[in-house]
Design a protein around this ligand. Structure first.
Ligand code: NAD
Ligand code: ZN
Length: 364
């Protein structure tokens, strides 16, 4: 499958996303064509390099003259300016110039850091992404947001820099730990809730196949999720309107991550955040109880938390939500589901009602 994301630039630019079980074999040919005379610098998640390096090297990924591999220790702790500077110096010392390109191979951390570096290196060079976690394949690898964290908060420094091409092969997920797969599944479920009821049903009925990394099944869910995200990004690249729907579950999710010092994982927090949005919507008379039940049970099937730990105070969640950089003005704004496959933005949420919902779901 191939998805073109047309961006409102003059001249118009297209970011191409290729998805399929044969991408690992096709990358060298595709890259050679896309790079032209540019030299390539690879930034690899070092774990992924350890697992896949030999295999892809034997397939000719590191072409003659452009085989510079820079391994990167990809942890959230390393997603910071110091790493960007270090990588930039490796590029300079390796001879990278304005006619070079960066190819990022790894999860969201590698993609965000390498994409950020590409956007500022010598005022910007092209970037290619090869996402290797499910989260990166359905979410962070597409859409062009890049960035690093500050001690004060996540993703506070960043740019929009669309990748030239994205190569997504679900076979990379065969080495991905279950815990990481679950984090990505939370984003898939989110996409389905936002705008794809067919995908929702497919996920509901294909738990086993996804769990055992059946590539055909994974290809389908990745394609559907990417199509949905790319349509939204195409309509609103810089997040002034419809792109905000992608924040479903994230308003409360981010608050839970911050309040637990990131001990709770992103996808898990998004799942709980979606349930909060669902219960709120149900209490506002906008989401049918049956759909709320389906949301809770799909999260439970995937062992995602649907309740808030009692040690987290509802007031603290409300404060954290208010401090979120994505808040609009003074109002608490939420993306809430109105049925499977449809969400709306709701900006008039009463503090009292919000608190009741948080407490009903276990918050202190
Ligand atoms: N740019 C965006 O639009 C966007 C969107 C969502 C999330 N993000 C960012 O993405 C990051 C999270 O991404 P992530 O969940 O991919 O985390 P990650 O990059 O840290 O990867 C998770 C773990 O999986 C390992 N790994 C990666 N691919 C593997 C494979 N194929 N086999 C075995 N292990 C593998 C990594 O080494 C790492 O330990 C966060 O920093 C978040 O802010 C960005
Ligand atoms: Zn997310």
């Amino acid at each position: 499958m191939k998805i073109d994301v047309r961006l409102e630039e003059a001249p118009a630019r297209v970011s191409e996303i290729f998805i399929g079980e044969d991408l690992i074999e096709r990358v060298p040919g595709a890259l050679e064509k896309a790079l032209g005379t540019r030299s390539a610098y690879w930034i690899w998640d070092e774990t992924v390099w350890g697992l896949w390096g030999e295999r892809v090297e034997s397939l000719g990924w590191l072409m003659e003259g452009s085989g510079r591999v820079i391994p990167f220790r990809a942890s959230e702790f390393d997603k910071r300016m110091a790493s960007v500077e270090l990588l930039a110096r490796r590029l300079v010392n390796g001879g990278a110039n304005r006619d070079s390109a960066i190819i990022a191979v790894g999860g969201g951390v590698t993609g965000d850091v390498a994409g950020f570096l590409a956007s500022i290196y010598m005022r910007g060079i092209p970037c290619f992404q090869v996402p290797t976690t499910l989260l990166a394949q359905v979410d962070s690898g597409i859409g062009g947001k890049t960035g690093v964290d500050l001690p004060e908060g996540k993703n506070l420094l960043g740019t929009f820099h669309q990748p030239e091409q994205v190569y997504i092969d679900p076979r990379f997920l065969t080495t991905l730990p279950d815990d990481e797969l679950r984090q990505g599944m939370a984003e898939v479920i989110k996409s389905a809730m936002i705008g794809d009821e067919v995908l929702w049903k497919f996920v509901e009925t294909n738990f086993e196949a996804i769990k055992r990394r059946d590539s055909n099944t994974l290809s389908r869910i990745i394609s559907a999720s990417c199509l949905l995200k790319s349509r939204i990004v195409q309509a609103d690249e810089k997040e002034s309107g419809v792109r905000r729907t992608l924040n479903l579950g994230h308003t409360v999710g981010h608050a839970l991550e911050r309040l637990t010092d990131y001990r709770l994982r992103h996808g898990d927090c998004v799942a709980t955040g979606m349930v909060v949005a669902g219960v709120l919507s149900n209490r506002l008379g906008k989401l049918h109880a049956e759909d709320l039940q389906r949301l809770e049970s799909i999260c439970e099937t995937w062992a995602m938390p649907v309740r808030i730990p009692a040690s987290i105070k509802s007031e603290a969640i409300i404060d954290a939500v208010r401090a979120d950089k994505k808040r609009i003005g003074d109002k608490l704004h939420f993306i809430i589901p109105v049925r499977i496959g449809k969400v709306i933005e709701f900006t008039d949420i009463d503090n009292g009602k919000f608190k009741e919902v948080l407490q009903a779901l276990g918050a202190g």
